[in-house]
Design a protein around this ligand. Structure first.
Ligand SMILES: Cc1cc2nc3c(=O)[nH]c(=O)nc-3n(C[C@H](O)[C@H](O)[C@H](O)COP(=O)(O)OP(=O)(O)OC[C@H]3O[C@@H](n4cnc5c(N)ncnc54)[C@H](O)[C@@H]3O)c2cc1C
Length: 292
C-alpha cells in the first residue's frame, strides 16, 4: 500500500522543526530514519497530515563525551554511527551487545536512537538499555525544554510522555562507574527480529568485589521496558555466586507478566527471561572481574 496524502516539509533548523510541530501538533510527525514511521504510513496505521523531516538538522546527531559524568547522544544519531564508534561502545558496552540485534544493516544505516526511543516499541532493545543505564531524556519544544528519567519516559505500548509539540533532542547516559560490567542478551526467532525477550544488566562491584548496585531491565515482556532492578537484592553486598544469581533469576521470573504472542507463550517468555537473567548477570560479572 501507499501512504495517505501528506504535506512534506524539510526543517531547516531545530527552531524551524519545533515551530512547525507547535503549529501542527498531533497532525504532524517528525521524520527521522523513517524505519518505523514509513512502514506504518504505508500500512495506513499512521496518517500524519504533515511530515517534518529533521534529517537536515545536523547538530541533532553525534556523540558528545566532553562532560565526564555523562555520554550525550543526539537524537538523530544513527545506529550505524554508534556501531562504528569504538570509544562509545567501550564506554557503553550494552550498545555493543545490542546493536547487532537491531534489524539489519540497511535499517541500521538509517534508523536513529531518537526515533527508536520515541517510537517506544516494548520489544525494542534500546528502551530497556536506557532504563537499565538510568538515562536522561532531554526534550525541547518551541517554548522551552525539560528532561526526565528514561523510566518515566515510556508510558505504554508505542507511547511516551512526549507531548504533541515536543521533540526528543538528546539522550544522556551516565558514564559507568569504575568496576562496572554490563551485558545485553536476547532471544529472537531470527537474527534481526524484535526480541521475544531481552535483558540488560549493569553491575557495579565495590572494593571488596561484592555487588554494590545491579540494574536489570527487560524488553518484550510488558507494555514498556520493564525495570526489575528491585529483584537483584540477593546480590547486593554479596559475592556473585551461582546461588545468588539463581535467586535473582527466580525473582525476575516472578516480577514479570508477559502476555505471550503469536511466536511465544507467556510461560515460554517467563522461562527465557530467567535463563537470560542467569546468563547475562554471569557475563556482566565476568566482564567486570576481567576489567577490574
Ligand atoms: C524489518 C525491520 C526490523 C526491525 N527490527 C528492529 C529490532 O529488532 N529492534 C528495534 O529496536 N527496532 C527494529 N526496527 C525498528 C527500527 O529500529 C526503527 O528504525 C526505529 O524504531 C525508529 O527509528 P527511526 O529513526 O527510523 O524513526 P522514524 O521511523 O523516523 O520515527 C519513528 C517515530 O518516532 C517519531 N520521532 C522520530 N524522531 C523523533 C524525535 N527526535 N523526537 C520525537 N519524535 C520522534 C516519529 O515521528 C515517528 O512517530 C525494525 C524495523 C524494520 C523495518
Amino acid at each position: 500500500m501507499k501512504p495517505a496524502p501528506f504535506n512534506y516539509i524539510a526543517a531547516s533548523s531545530l527552531a524551524h522543526a519545533l515551530s512547525l510541530k507547535a503549529e501542527h501538533g498531533d497532525e504532524a510527525r517528525f521524520l527521522a530514519g523513517g524505519q518505523s514511521l514509513i512502514p506504518a504510513m504505508n500500512f495506513r496505521l499512521a496518517r500524519p497530515a504533515v511530515l517534518i523531516d529533521i534529517n537536515g538538522v545536523g547538530h541533532l546527531a553525534g556523540v558528545d563525551r566532553s562532560n565526564r559524568a555523562e555520554i550525550r547522544i543526539g537524537a538523530l544519531t544513527r545506529y550505524r554511527d554508534l556501531e562504528r564508534d569504538g570509544d562509545f561502545l567501550k564506554a557503553c558496552s550494552l550498545f555493543a551487545d545490542a546493536l547487532p540485534h537491531i534489524a539489519h544493516p540497511q535499517i541500521r544505516n538509517r534508523g536513529t536512537i531518537g526515533g527508536n526511543l520515541s517510537h517506544a516499541d516494548p520489544a525494542s532493545e534500546l528502551p530497556a538499555i536506557a532504563v537499565a543505564m538510568e538515562a536522561t531524556m532531554r526534550i525541547k519544544s518551541a517554548t522551552g525544554e525539560r528532561q526526565m528519567a528514561a523510566s518515566e519516559f515510556f508510558v505504554g505500548v508505542l507511547s511516551t510522555d512526549l507531548q504533541a509539540h515536543e521533540m526528543l533532542v538528546e539522550i544522556a547516559f551516565p558514564t559507568p562507574k569504575p568496576r562496572t560490567g554490563a551485558c545485553f542478551m536476547e532471544v529472537a526467532r531470527r537474527r534481526g527480529d524484535f526480541a521475544l525477550v531481552g535483558i540488560a544488566v549493569v553491575m557495579t562491584l565495590d572494593d571488596a568485589r561484592r555487588c554494590s548496585t545491579v540494574r536489570l531491565a527487560l524488553c518484550g515482556v510488558g507494555e514498556t521496558a520493564v525495570d526489575v532492578s528491585k529483584v537483584a537484592f540477593p546480590l547486593i553486598g554479596q559475592s556473585c555466586t551461582t546461588e545468588t544469581i539463581e535467586a535473582v533469576a527466580a525473582g525476575v521470573r516472578d516480577a514479570i507478566a508477559p502476555s505471550g504472542n503469536v511466536h511465544a507463550s507467556a510461560d515460554y517468555q517467563r522461562h527465557i527471561a530467567g535463563v537470560l537473567a542467569v546468563r547475562a548477570i554471569s557475563a556482566a560479572h565476568q566482564r567486570v572481574r576481567h576489567a577490574a
